[in-house]
Design a protein around this ligand. Structure first.
Ligand SMILES: [Cu+2]
Length: 457
């Protein structure tokens, strides 16, 4: 009898082990809504590193900005209006997976903002037109949370019962590499408002999964980081927050408003986008030095719902501390799913040991080309736009890569390339920690704003 039980146990355990490694059917639930984020108005606090400890953050040091975005809907019912995270959760799947992305449009927390449909465009994937998220040639997901339906509970319930606020996108994960995804409704508005995130497809072979970008020995890495670049034009965010209403904007508690600022909000045109903040993983310097906030805990906090009807409520992006987030339940990034290798996150501080290979998945969702530069080191570009470079190109070492809008680069930095770390032989440095910090700084050259991407350690 004992033998039979043991055999049964083996028969059950083996398929489970195999299925975890091979292709899977994944259901990812994502909600579209609004939120608030914080941009640092200062240059000042001590960075929160393992050696300096905490930070001193005052509310007055931040500019609160309205965003549109996405958040993890967990089981398709969990998300609440106002939970938007920027960037959006990472879609992280394996080659061969059948991926169903269920988009639920839960509407706005801010009653002043325009009510809009949303979509998901999987940038770089070879999907059908129907699955492309370009609403003019396919379809869009409306919300049941609009003023008309909210005034008619019976009609609202019928809308919810019919599932009118949910749409499902499907794709077969094919080419490994780094991608991005975003809403494609009124793209110039919805993207710049924050509706975008990173996407990763990992090579199929389970023996190398999580350790190789494309499945080859030459793209092996020890740690991986998302480097999602974007920019913000705050008057556009103020315009959407108040539905282009200058008087409502003047009433918001974000410092004095000049007549010119009020006029800009009233007449704002997204075609005139001119960034005034530049972000790495949703953060402007010096906030890139902070650990990420625990978005799930923040969104569950009932006290963050602000004054009703004003359009000014508490946001979850920025300022606070907590474990890295941006993970999407049901993906490889879901902590509940066993996964070999280091997971990606939107953490903006790279920590690595001597003699490791650090992968940066660089994604540009902004309007401007960004020269990404690492001080005191050379790196190799091992792939671009989900295509591996050939061996000779991969061996060529560079210290800057120019990342255009809508492009992705996979870059590997061997920490052994870092100057001055190698005070002695590598064996002496085992256990020592080198911290690379990604940050953006703006500067003015001949009256034009430029971005300097710098790394310090
Ligand atoms: Cu949208």
């Amino acid at each position: 009898m004992k033998k039979r039980i043991l055999l049964l146990g083996l028969a059950v355990a083996m398929p489970l082990f195999t299925s975890q490694a091979s292709a899977a059917v994944r259901h990812l639930h994502i909600a579209a809504t609004d939120g608030m984020m914080y941009l640092p108005n200062h240059n000042g606090y001590a960075p929160n590193t393992p050696t300096t400890g905490g930070v001193d953050q005052a509310a007055a040091d931040y500019r609160k900005v309205y965003i549109r975005g996405f958040c993890d809907d967990v089981d398709g019912t969990a998300a609440q209006p106002g939970c938007a995270n920027m960037p959006a959760p990472i879609i992280d799947v394996n080659q061969g997976d059948d991926v169903f992305v269920h988009l639920r449009n839960i509407g706005n927390a801010n009653p002043l903002a325009p009510v809009d449909p949303h979509t998901i465009h999987l940038h770089g994937l070879h999907v059908s037109t129907q699955n492309d998220g370009f609403n003019e040639t396919s379809w869009e997901v409306p919300t049941c949370n609009d003023p008309v339906l909210n005034a008619d509970p019976v009609a609202k319930q019928a809308c919810l019962d019919a599932g009118s606020d949910v749409g499902t996108y499907y794709f077969k994960a094919q080419k490994p590499g780094t991608y991005m995804w975003h809403c494609h409704v009124e793209a110039s508005e919805h993207i710049t408002m924050g509706m975008y995130g990173a996407m990763v497809i990992r090579p199929r072979d389970r023996r190398i999964q999580g350790k190789r970008v494309y499945g080859f020995d030459k793209d092996r890495y020890d740690r991986e980081y998302i480097v999602l670049l974007s920019d913000i034009d705050t008057p556009g965010h103020d315009a959407i927050q108040t539905d282009f209403d200058g008087a409502a904007f003047a009433g918001l508690p974000y410092g004095p408003k000049t007549p010119a600022e009020i006029a800009e909000v009233e007449s704002y045109n997204f075609a005139d986008h001119q960034a005034d903040w530049w972000l790495v993983n949703g953060r402007a310097f010096p906030d890139v030095l902070l650990p990420l906030k625990d978005m799930a805990a923040c969104n569950a906090d009932p006290s963050r719902v602000g004054a009703a009807g004003t359009g000014d409520f508490e946001g979850c992006n920025g300022r606070a501390e907590g474990p890295p987030t941006g993970m999407l339940t049901g993906s490889n990034n879901d902590p509940a799913i066993p996964f070999r290798g280091k997971r990606s996150s939107y953490a903006a501080t790279i920590e690595a040991n001597w003699n490791e290979r650090v992968l940066m998945r660089i994604i540009n969702m902004g309007y401007q080309e960004v020269p990404w530069h690492i001080h005191g080191a050379h790196f190799s570009i091992i792939g671009k736009d989900a295509n591996p470079f050939n061996s000779d190109d991969q061996k060529r070492e560079q210290f800057t890569v120019h990342v255009g809008s809508g492009e992705t680069y996979d870059v590997i930095l061997p920490t052994s390339s870092l100057a001055r770390v190698a005070a002695s032989t590598s064996s002496v440095l085992i256990g020592a920690q080198s911290i690379l910090t990604m940050s953006t700084k703006t500067c003015s050259i001949n009256g034009t704003r430029h971005i300097a991407i710098t790394t310090t350690r």
